[in-house]
Design a protein around this ligand. Structure first.
Ligand code: AMP
Length: 178
């Protein structure tokens, strides 16, 4: 697994000062653009979760859809989408969360999960953990059970895991500093 993860890490591109000054954006488009490495990413995650009894993968807009949908297909699980406000057509639950400056919100359809569904939350990257924590709140509202929160990339120096406690967190690639 270490060798495969090192190959993924090698193609992730740093974009300094995007989308704002001071942010180093981790660009996964070169990884997605390489069929072998994209497959490797999904297979590594699928290997981990095959025996976890996952009913639903929940993907967070928008790169979480790319990773999450491919993973759901591989696991034979359903796929549930969590989106920014105003995008989902049916009745929704909403949760708001704090950003560095201001706040944001995420929504999910009210019938997206059955009660007690075993849900794997997926996004491309965890930074402060606020986005994924909001997704766990939505799963709670729908009475689902969070199996784990899974990410391709973890910016460990931002301690996002703390915000997700007590839920387990897994990432393929960690960065200990910017
Ligand atoms: P956070 O809520 O702080 O954990 O931020 C996570 C969300 O913001 C994820 O949906 C990421 O795709 C995106 N994000 C935050 N920081 C970065 C970064 N440095 N590079 C790429 N995406 C990021």
């Amino acid at each position: 697994m270490e060798k495969e993860v090192a190959e993924l890490r090698r193609v992730i591109r740093d974009i300094p000062n995007f989308p704002k000054p001071g942010i180093v954006f981790k660009d996964i488009t070169p990884l997605l653009g390489n069929g072998e490495l994209f497959k490797q990413t999904i297979d590594l995650l699928a290997d981990r979760y095959r025996s976890h009894g996952v009913d639903m993968v929940l993907g967070i807009e928008s790169r979480g859809f790319i990773i999450g949908a491919a993973l759901a297909y591989r696991l034979g699980a359903g796929f549930c989408i969590v989106r920014k406000p105003g995008k989902l057509p049916y009745e929704t639950h909403r949760t708001t969360y704090e950003l560095e400056y201001g706040s944001d919100a995420l929504e999910v359809h009210r019938d997206a999960l059955l009660p007690q569904a075993r849900v794997l939350i997926v996004d491309d990257l965890i930074a402060t953990g606020g986005t994924a924590a909001a997704a766990t709140a939505l799963v709670s509202k729908l009475e689902g059970e969070v199996v784990e929160c899974a990410f391709v990339i973890e910016l460990s120096f931002l301690n996002g895991r703390e915000k997700l406690k007590p839920y387990p967190v897994f990432s393929l690639i960690q960065y200990d500093s910017e």
